[in-house]
Design a protein around this ligand. Structure first.
Ligand SMILES: N[C@@H](CCC(=O)N[C@@H](CSC=O)C(=O)NCC(=O)O)C(=O)O
Length: 279
């Protein structure tokens, strides 16, 4: 692991690091970690992973969400992964802002040529926690996951898939039913292939319909003036599937708020309290 930058921030240390990732087929992967003062090997803290959305990178959530002061106050270590492999060299990976670079969708591609590098599912679920837990003062038994948009989808999908690994889950404006919206159909067709049966394991709404529930309440915030709400996000589908599955869900709709980080900044404190209480 190589530290690319390190700064003091809100009485803690914020660093951005890189390493050669096995899950991403030997490419360099970047991530950020914030460690509040008072958290050390003798007194480790839970880690909260924050997944950013399409077009973002490992700096976006740390920089724009206003989460760091709150993480310091609640004594949570924050981990900020990148949103895709970088520089895989696959033809077309930089052609669209909603697919390829910056759009890894937190799953493991099974289709060539994407499967050689686009394995952000294994990366966020396994490789990065192993690396973080070996190099930072975090508790390996208490992890939370949150995210925005594509990252909100990732938080819900990974959290519902393995509640023993992710002990608290929340999302801002998540893509709730990717199999049935344009962003998700585009990514899943390429990364997972045309057989829609293989998509279900990566779709929060379909995971709930299949009986995958999380033992804690899922917290989801959604702006009603979000420009992507009706075409791409579909929280109504998640709400219905959660009700049918018996999944506890707090879904809050906020009049006037859009898809931006200004929306996230407005409600991030509630998410940090949610994770702090459960972790
Ligand atoms: N390419 C468009 C819109 C890109 C965009 O809105 N990205 C969102 C995430 S969308 C779902 O995953 C985002 O978080 N952008 C970063 C930001 O700072 O807002 C464009 O660039 O206009």
């Amino acid at each position: 692991m190589q530290t690319r930058s390190a700064q003091r921030c809100f009485g803690g240390n914020l660093g951005f690091h890189s390493h050669v990732s096995e899950a991403l087929g030997g490419l360099d992967a970047r991530f950020g970690v914030f460690v509040p003062d008072g958290v050390d090997a003798a007194s480790p803290a839970p880690a909260l992973y924050a997944l950013a959305g399409l077009t973002c990178n490992e700096e976006t959530f740390a920089t724009k969400s206003a989460v760091l002061r709150l993480a310091a106050d609640h004594r949570l270590v924050m981990v900020f992964p990148d949103t895709s492999p970088r520089g895989a060299g696959i033809p077309g990976e930089d052609a669209d802002w909603d697919f390829g670079t910056g759009a890894g969708f937190y799953l493991d591609a099974t289709e060539a040529p994407w499967s050689a590098h686009y394995c952000m599912g294994s990366y966020v679920n396994d490789e990065l926690p192993t690396l973080v837990e070996a190099n930072f003062p975090v508790r390996p038994d208490r992890r939370g996951i949150m995210g925005h948009s594509m990252g909100g989808y990732g938080a819900l999908a990974l959290g519902l898939s393995d509640p023993t690994r992710w002990h608290s889950v929340s999302a801002f404006a998540p893509i709730c039913h990717p199999s049935d919206v344009p962003w998700g159909r585009k990514a899943f067709s390429a990364y997972l292939g045309p057989d829609r049966a293989s998509w279900a394991a990566h779709d929060p709404t379909l995971l709930l319909r299949a009986g995958k529930v999380h033992p804690t309440t899922l917290l989801v915030d959604q702006g009603e003036a979000d420009q992507f709400l009706d075409e791409q996000l579909r929280p109504d589908r998640l709400e219905q599937a959660a009700a049918e599955a018996g999944q506890s869900l707090t879904l809050r709709r906020h009049a006037g708020y859009d898809h931006s980080y200004w929306f996230i900044q407005s409600f991030i404190a509630d998410h940090i309290e949610h994770h702090s209480r459960l972790l």
